[in-house]
Design a protein around this ligand. Structure first.
Ligand SMILES: Cc1ncc(COP(=O)(O)O)c(C=O)c1O
Length: 451
């Protein structure tokens, strides 16, 4: 980033060597490996530190305010410190933060979820999206008596061993496009993970069909991440999810949607938008209203494997904080506020943002685009069609472009993820979106002047 850009910008105090941010990061680096517990948020030279958030704006420890288009990695659909969500949490907090006993908010959140999502006949709460996915896999294994799972190349499903596969593979190791290799995306995985995880090509029905013909009989679950951000939020080709429904049924495989992020696209999530009618769905993020949560929901007969009243439950679950009343109260308040009218408004704001960013990129001659759907948007460093993980450039030049755009946006007063994941919230309006678009104009101008 050139000095000229830094001088022109408004919110760059975090970069100063004597800033509160630099001091915090130096201190954190002595205590926490890499200075942060969240690798996905880490960027150079160090992250900004949040002091407070109000609505769509976040203030960092320097006192600089930015429009937050990341919202705790999409978890906050109403933005920060929403009055109704806060009131529900405070009311519950005054009654007690957590109990051994089940409590009313858990039942209320379960009711709201079952009412909203037709494929969810029963639901079971966990404390994170990772745990929700883990439980979905376990249920599928217990239901089918099989152990292997299938997932799409590029899909991120949290940090459970059996899903930390092929979400960061590269041309050097990803193999043939129709038969992607199973590549560990983390150290510390058991070698069995590679054999137990079949990686499928997204948006390629023939490729999926062929691999399931070969391996289907040993696959317990097929996991789908609708609008996978590592795959540039590629939309499913028309009918692709209904095809997955049919082919998994034919092979006796449990179809699992991971809607930890995508649930924000509509009242019944991505499955309501694109079809697929999964057997099980993993949820997280927005259904906890900003507090830790995960949930797996779906077919009553599969979910019954968790039912201790039917003799020994076949799948044993624990979790000191599973179904905790604070997260459930925040989640229920969040969902109650997410009316059809609010979804329509989010759709319109998301469209305005994506269209506006695309217009800015076109005018600036940047070969990039904003993809996504509903309230979600993703900045992808290519102007070519985005169909799957391999459509998204991730070479040094592409990453450098994203890094510089991200920095330019931070300095122009807008937060997105440094890999492009972003969203709008109900705390925004058209004027806020237009403010963001002006920041995109400034950030792309800075890119040009640095060339
Ligand atoms: C699609 C998807 N699944 C699962 C997870 C894991 O959720 P958590 O971070 O709550 O464990 C994430 C997290 O970003 C996600 O995006």
């Amino acid at each position: 980033m050139s000095n000229q850009t830094i001088e022109q910008s408004e919110t760059n105090r975090f970069l100063a060597a004597d800033s509160a941010t630099a001091r915090l990061y130096a201190q954190a680096s002595e205590l926490i490996p890499g200075g942060t517990s969240r690798l996905h948020y880490h960027f150079q030279p160090y992250p900004i530190y949040a002091r407070s958030g109000q609505g769509c704006r976040l203030t960092d420890v320097e006192g600089d305010e930015r429009i937050d288009c990341l919202n705790n990695m999409t978890a906050l659909v109403h933005g920060h410190a929403d009055p109704q969500v806060n009131a529900a949490v405070i009311e519950q907090l005054q009654r007690g933060a957590s109990f051994s006993e089940p409590s009313e908010p858990e039942v209320e959140l379960a009711r709201l979820m079952v009412e909203r999502v037709p494929s969810v006949e029963r639901i079971h709460f966990r404390s994170s999206g990772t745990e929700a996915v883990m439980m979905a896999v376990k249920l599928a294994r217990a239901h089918t008596g099989r152990s292997a799972i299938a997932k799409f190349e590029g899909a991120y499903h949290g940090y459970y061993d059996y899903v930390q596969v092929s979400f960061s593979s590269t041309p050097a190791n990803w193999g043939d496009a129709r038969t992607p290799r199973s590549v560990p995306s983390s150290g510390g995985l058991s070698p069995s993970v590679e054999e137990e995880v079949l990686v499928l090509p997204f948006n390629d029905p023939q490729g999926v069909e062929r691999l399931l013909e070969q391996h289907g009989a040993r696959i317990a679950a097929l996991l789908v991440e609708p609008l996978s951000n590592r795959s540039g939020m590629a939309r499913p080709a028309p009918g692709f999810y209904d095809f997955l429904r049919e082919v998994t049924r034919r092979h006796g495989i449990v179809l699992v949607f991971d809607e930890v992020i995508a649930f924000r696209v509509g009242a019944s999530g991505a499955q309501g938008r694109y079809g697929g009618a999964p057997d099980l769905t993993a949820f997280g993020k927005i259904i906890g209203g900003g507090l830790p949560i995960g949930a797996v929901g779906g077919r009553a007969d599969i979910m019954a494997l968790l039912d201790p009243t039917r003799g020994a439950a076949k799948v044993i679950s624990g979790g000191t904080y599973s179904g905790n009343p604070l997260s459930a109260a925040a989640g229920a308040a969040t969902l109650r506020k997410l009316t059809a009218a609010e979804f329509a408004r989010l759709d319109a704001l998301g469209r305005r943002m994506r269209d506006g960013i695309n217009a800015v990129f076109r005018a600036a001659g940047e070969r990039a685009q904003a993809t996504g759907d509903g309230s979600l948007f993703q900045i992808v460093p290519t102007d070519r069609p985005v169909e799957n993980y391999r459509s998204v450039p991730r070479d040094a030049a592409a990453n450098d472009w994203l890094d510089r755009l991200h920095r330019g946006l931070l300095e122009a007063g807008v937060i997105v993820s440094h890999r492009g994941l972003s969203c709008v919230s109900t705390a925004m309006d058209e004027a806020v979106v237009d403010e963001c678009l002006q920041a995109f104009e400034r950030a792309t101008a800075a890119l040009r002047s640095a060339r």
